[in-house]
Design a protein around this ligand. Structure first.
Ligand code: C5P
Length: 241
């Protein structure tokens, strides 16, 4: 099945492969390929296997490399460029790394894609990690309240030429209003009504997040920890149709 033939709404669901294990990741991709929009591969897999293996394991499927870079501008620019041959659809960095770092990253991807004749991925910023609360922000010298800090960093990312941000379901409305219709909102913390909530605190169902205006919904454990991941995807597709 090509992505165009996916059930409505599923083309914007990315399944997060949160495992360091190559066989487990390969099993999940085999079970789900062609039935979701793509796969997100993060630090667990990247630390154990490396970014090239991430492309290998997802094959032709769309790939979100959740690298969350945060370093000096020169390093981030070069590191992002080094990902281009893997043809990721989405890559990311921490907005708190600052405007110069974000601009250097965006420029490096634009130039690199042109020079190497490779597709240019969306560059997405992480604003405030959802694991942090206002006390944590204060401790590291960041200004609250939390919503204001999220909005400040999202607008800075937009000014620096980034395509969008990762945000919690509860931040969708605020950021749509602040950053407009074209700014991409990538939303984890998605839980179908029948799935265990786990450690996620601010959640929405896949349908609620779609209706609230999420561009991409990232779903992990409700699919990957299900006894039958394929059946979990079928249930989500049915809820969305
Ligand atoms: O299993 P679950 O659906 O909670 O997975 C969500 C994915 O999104 C995980 O890979 C997690 O690291 C990531 N994530 C998140 N919250 C953020 C940013 C990323 O849950 N704020």
């Amino acid at each position: 099945m090509t992505p165009q033939q996916l059930p409505a709404g599923m083309e914007r669901v990315y399944v997060s492969l949160d495992t360091p294990d190559l066989d487990r990741a390969a099993y999940l991709v085999k079970a789900l390929r062609g039935r979701v929009g793509g796969f997100k591969v993060g630090k667990e897999f990247l630390s154990a296997q490396g970014a090239a293996k991430a492309r290998e394991v997802v094959g032709e499927e769309a790939l979100f490399l959740d690298v969350k870079f945060h370093d000096i501008p020169n390093t981030v620019a070069a590191a992002l460029r080094a990902l281009l041959p893997l043809k990721p659809a989405i890559v990311n960095l921490h907005a708190s790394g600052g405007a110069a770092m974000m601009k250097a990253g965006a420029e490096s991807l634009r130039k690199g894609a042109e020079e190497l004749r490779l597709p240019q991925p969306w560059l997405i910023a992480v604003t405030v990690l959802t694991s942090l609360d206002e006390d944590d922000l204060k401790q590291v010298g960041q200004m609250g309240p939390l919503g204001a800090q999220v909005q400040r960093l999202a607008q800075l990312a937009q000014e620096c030429g980034l395509e969008g941000v990762v945000c919690s379901p509860q931040e969708i409305a605020l950021l749509r209003e602040a950053c407009g219709a074209d700014f991409k909102l990538i939303v984890p913390g998605i839980r179908p009504a029948w799935a265990a909530v786990g450690d996620q605190k601010r959640i929405m169902t896949p349908r609620e997040a779609l209706e609230a205006g999420a561009d991409i919904r990232v779903i992990g454990r409700p699919i990957t920890a299900a006894d039958d991941p394929s059946e979990a995807v079928a249930r989500i597709a049915e809820e969305l149709s």
